[in-house]
Design a protein around this ligand. Structure first.
Ligand code: PLP
Length: 463
C-alpha cells in the first residue's frame, strides 16, 4: 500500500471545472444596491480584471488553464495525496484517511492556485498594481508570491490582530516585494473612520476588504483581488479536486466522505466540486457525503442566516446571496484567521441550502487537540484552519471504530502551520479560550440590515 499517491507533472489537469452549470438551481445573482437589480458585469471592471469577471459569470463547464499559469503551477503541482496511515493506527480505526496536501506550495497553502491565475490575467490586461486583504496571512503571501512572478506591485491590507500575531507572515510577503499594511489603517478614508471611532480596533476581514477595494478604485492602473468567496476563485481551486480524483482512480479507490474547512469556501469547494460533478452526472460509484467544517466563533454555515448581505463592512461590494453572520460581524480573535469571515461563497451556500453539503462547527481548543494528534502521528504541523477538518475526521474515524465501517475519508490539508506557532504556544500554555458566537447577535445584525434595506426581503432570487 502506497503512503503517497503522486501524479506525474504531465498529469496536472489542463482545465478547471466550473460548477455553475451543474448547481441544483440557478445561482441567485449579486445585486447592485443602488439599482436593486442584478449587477451589470461591466460595473465591476474598475475593480477586477476583465477575464476574471468573464469567468465569474461563465456557464462553460470546463475552462482552459493558460500555459503560463500551468508553468507556474509546476513549481509545486501536482500535490501529493497522502494516506494518514499513522493516524489510522493511532486511532485504531478501520476508516481509510487520505489528505490532499497543499502545504507544499511556496507560500504554504492552496491559495496560490488562484493567486497565480489572478495575477496572470491582470498582468495580461496591463494592470501594474494589485490590492488585497489577508486574514491569516496565507492569501496575502500567495498574492505576493504570484505578483513577484508576474512583476506586479502588491499592497496587502492585513487584519491587525494577525499582523501582530504573525510578524513573520509579514516578512514573507515583504520578501516577495509586497507592501503590507495593518488594517484598519490610515491609508484609506474608511480605515481612518474606523480608527477615529475605535483606535484599538483589532480589524476584521470585512474592514480589510473595504480598505483594499477603496485603495484599488482610487489608484491608477490598480485592481483588487479576492482570495475566496467568488466563483472565479472557486473555479481555480478545483485543480485540487481534479488531481485528487485522478489520484484515487490510480489506486481504484473512491471517497465516502470529502471534508474541508470553510472560511470563504475556496479550499473546500476546490476539493469537493469535482466529486459533486460525478454525483450530478451519475458517475459517482458511492453516495459521497460532503462535510464543511468551521469555528464555533464564526459559525456561518451552521448558524448564519441565508440572505443577501454585503461582502465587506463598509458596504462597498454588491449584495451577495449567502449564509451570513452580518457584515458588521466582529470576530473573536481566534487563531484560525482565515476562518473569521462573516459570509461564504454563494455557490457553496446554495449547495448547503439544498442539502448537498453538511456543516459542523468546532471550538478552537478541540481543534488544536486534533492538530497536535495529527502532527504527532503524520508529522506535518497543520494550519489552524484545516485543523477544524482534522477534528471532524478524527471524530468520524472514531465513529467508524465503533461501527466497524471502512469508510474512505479525504480532506484537504490546505496549509501548513509553520507560521502559526504563536497559536500552538498559546494552546500549550492553556491560554486558548473556547469562543462561541451568540445566535442572537447574528439575528440582530441581519435584522438591522433588513430594516435599513427592507427591499432585500422582497428580492425574488433566493427562493
Ligand atoms: C490555510 C487556510 N485554509 C483555509 C482558509 C479559508 O479560506 P477558504 O475557505 O477560502 O479556503 C484560509 C484563509 O486564509 C487559509 O489560509
Amino acid at each position: 500500500m502506497a503512503k503517497k499517491i503522486i501524479l506525474g507533472e504531465e498529469e496536472v489537469p489542463r482545465q478547471w471545472y466550473n460548477v455553475l452549470p451543474d448547481l441544483p438551481k440557478p445561482l441567485p445573482p449579486p445585486i447592485d444596491p443602488s439599482t436593486k437589480e442584478p449587477i451589470k458585469p461591466e460595473i465591476l471592471e474598475r475593480v477586477f480584471a476583465k477575464e476574471l469577471i468573464k469567468q465569474e459569470v461563465s456557464q462553460d463547464r470546463w475552462i482552459d488553464i493558460p500555459e503560463e499559469v500551468l508553468e507556474v503551477y509546476r513549481i509545486w503541482r501536482p500535490t501529493p495525496l497522502i494516506r494518514a496511515t499513522n493516524l489510522e493506527k493511532h486511532l485504531k480505526t478501520p476508516a481509510k484517511i487520505y489528505y490532499k496536501y497543499e502545504g507544499v506550495s511556496p507560500p504554504g497553502s492552496h491559495k496560490p492556485n488562484t493567486a497565480v491565475a489572478q495575477a496572470y490575467y491582470n498582468m495580461k490586461q496591463g494592470i501594474e498594481r494589485l490590492t488585497t486583504e489577508t486574514g491569516a496571512g496565507q492569501w496575502g503571501s500567495a498574492l505576493s508570491f504570484a505578483g513577484s512572478l508576474f512583476d506586479l506591485s502588491i499592497a496587502v491590507y492585513m487584519v491587525k490582530v494577525s499582523y501582530e500575531q504573525k510578524p513573520y507572515r509579514k516578512s514573507l510577503m515583504q520578501t516577495w516585494g509586497a507592501d503590507v499594511i495593518a488594517s484598519p489603517s490610515n491609508r484609506t478614508s474608511f480605515g481612518k473612520r474606523v480608527l477615529e471611532s475605535d483606535p484599538e480596533n483589532p480589524g476584521s476581514l470585512g474592514i480589510a476588504i473595504s480598505e483594499a477595494i477603496e485603495d484599488a478604485v482610487t489608484h491608477e492602473n490598480t485592481r483588487y483581488t479576492l482570495g475566496s468567496v467568488l466563483n472565479h476563485v472557486l473555479l481555480h481551486q478545483t485543480i485540487q479536486g481534479l488531481e485528487t480524483k485522478k489520484q484515487f482512480e490510480s489506486i481504484d479507490e473512491y471517497p465516502d466522505i470529502v471534508a474541508g474547512c470553510v472560511g470563504g469556501g475556496s479550499s473546500f469547494s476546490g476539493l469537493m466540486f469535482p466529486f459533486y460533478y460525478d454525483k450530478v452526472k451519475g458517475k459517482a460509484p458511492k453516495d459521497t457525503k460532503f462535510v464543511a467544517t468551521e469555528p464555533t466563533a464564526c459559525p456561518t454555515l451552521t448558524k448564519g442566516i441565508y440572505t443577501y448581505d454585503f461582502g465587506d463592512t463598509a458596504r462597498m461590494t454588491p449584495l451577495l446571496p449567502m449564509y451570513s453572520l452580518g457584515c458588521d460581524f466582529m470576530p473573536a480573535p481566534i487563531h484560525a484567521g482565515g476562518l473569521r469571515y462573516h459570509g461564504d461563497a454563494p455557490a457553496l451556500c446554495l449547495l448547503a441550502k439544498e442539502g448537498v453539503v453538511d456543516a459542523v462547527a468546532f471550538d478552537q481548543v478541540s481543534v488544536f487537540d486534533a492538530a497536535v494528534t495529527f502532527a504527532r502521528t503524520e508529522g506535518f504541523v497543520p494550519a489552524p484552519e484545516p485543523s477544524h477538518t482534522i477534528r471532524y475526521v478524527i471524530d468520524e474515524a472514531l465513529r467508524c471504530k465503533e461501527t466497524g465501517e471502512e469508510k474512505v475519508i479525504v480532506f484537504n490539508l490546505c496549509g501548513h502551520g509553520c507560521f502559526d506557532m504563536h497559536a500552538y504556544d498559546e494552546y500549550f500554555g492553556g491560554k486558548l479560550p473556547r469562543w462561541e458566537y451568540p445566535e442572537d447577535k447574528i439575528k440582530e445584525s441581519i435584522e438591522k440590515l433588513q430594516k435599513e434595506l427592507p427591499w432585500i426581503k422582497e428580492l425574488p432570487y433566493l427562493g
